[in-house]
Design a protein around this ligand. Structure first.
Ligand code: ADP
Ligand code: MG
Length: 270
């Protein structure tokens, strides 16, 4: 054990914890107070949703966790024990837009993070194919993004996030642009992947129904600057499926979460 692991450094008290935010605020250079103060702890292997109206700072929170932006105050800790395999990042990020390279085929898009980490090409290809199998797209490795549906593009984006075998998956409204049936399918496939891989997932959405369906814990955020307005533990028997989606329990959770979310929309135009 290294010396700094026993002193009260950033890792202190992180046992079992993947992500911890303490008193985190973000004020952009424009003067917009986007977030916080926010305190949040996500346990390893947990599936947590951040739910809130648009503009409340959800994406900002994810970017701070990913290290893509720097907080104005407070502390953001991501467990250092969770470095990705092969020197790749411990965090995978799925954006709302699939952000694929249009000139490269699906396999090359998924390989990109490994290429950036200088992994030998043959190994990178094997791992990209394994990631494509995880999202059910093995047969589309040689296709180009323009040949794929919106749902399939999002699967490619998910494969690209998984290919580095990150411990933590950050997902920013990944299914918001998809039709409902496609979204339900991807929700089920994401849950199946989570059950198999037990990643820590922080999932951002503005959909009450989606957050309740997917998560072990739903964190309802206030209007900007986003703070935690309420928190719900969603207890349901595993594996979740259509039975849960149509159950009275599910409807009850959705009602409670909606009620907690409503104040964040007050003062807005419909
Ligand atoms: P959400 O994801 O919940 O919709 P964001 O985190 O994207 O919210 O944004 C929160 C607030 O911060 C919004 O008012 C947004 O306009 C503002 N904001 C986001 N990114 C920037 C930026 N790079 N510079 C200035 N303001 C920003
Ligand atoms: Mg956003």
């Amino acid at each position: 054990m290294s010396l700094d692991a026993v002193s009260a450094g950033p890792e202190a008290g992180m046992a079992g914890v993947a992500v911890r935010l303490r008193g985190v605020t973000k004020v952009y250079d424009s003067g917009v107070a986007a977030l916080g103060p926010l305190d949040l702890e996500v346990r390893r292997g947990e599936f947590v949703s951040l739910l809130g109206p648009s503009g409340c700072g959800k994406s900002t929170a994810l970017r701070l966790i990913a290290g893509l932006a720097v907080q104005t105050s407070g502390a953001v800790d991501v467990s250092r024990g969770l470095a990705g395999a092969h020197g790749t990042p411990a965090i995978g990020f799925v954006f709302q837009e699939p952000t694929l390279m249009p000139w490269a085929d699906v396999a090359a898009n998924v390989r990109l993070p490994l290429k950036l980490a200088n992994m030998p090409a043959a190994e990178a290809t094997d791992r990209a194919m394994a990631a494509l199998a995880q999202v059910g797209l093995s047969e589309f490795a040689r296709s180009y993004p323009r040949e794929l549906s919106g749902g399939m593009k999002m699967r490619v984006s998910l494969a690209r996030a998984l290919v580095t075998e990150p411990e933590i998956l950050l997902m920013d409204e990944p299914f918001a642009a998809l039709d409902e049936i496609t979204r339900f399918r991807l929700n089920n496939d994401l849950l199946a992947l989570w059950r198999a891989l037990r990643k820590t997932v922080v999932f951002v959405t503005h959909s009450v129904f989606e957050s309740v369906y997917l998560s072990q814990r739903v964190i309802v955020m206030s209007a900007r600057p986003g703070r935690i307005a309420a928190e719900f533990r969603i207890e349901a028997s595993e594996p979740r499926g259509e039975e849960f989606r149509t159950s009275a329990d599910y409807a009850g959770f959705c009602r409670k979460v909606s009620a907690a979310l409503a104040p964040a929309y007050e003062g807005r135009r419909a």
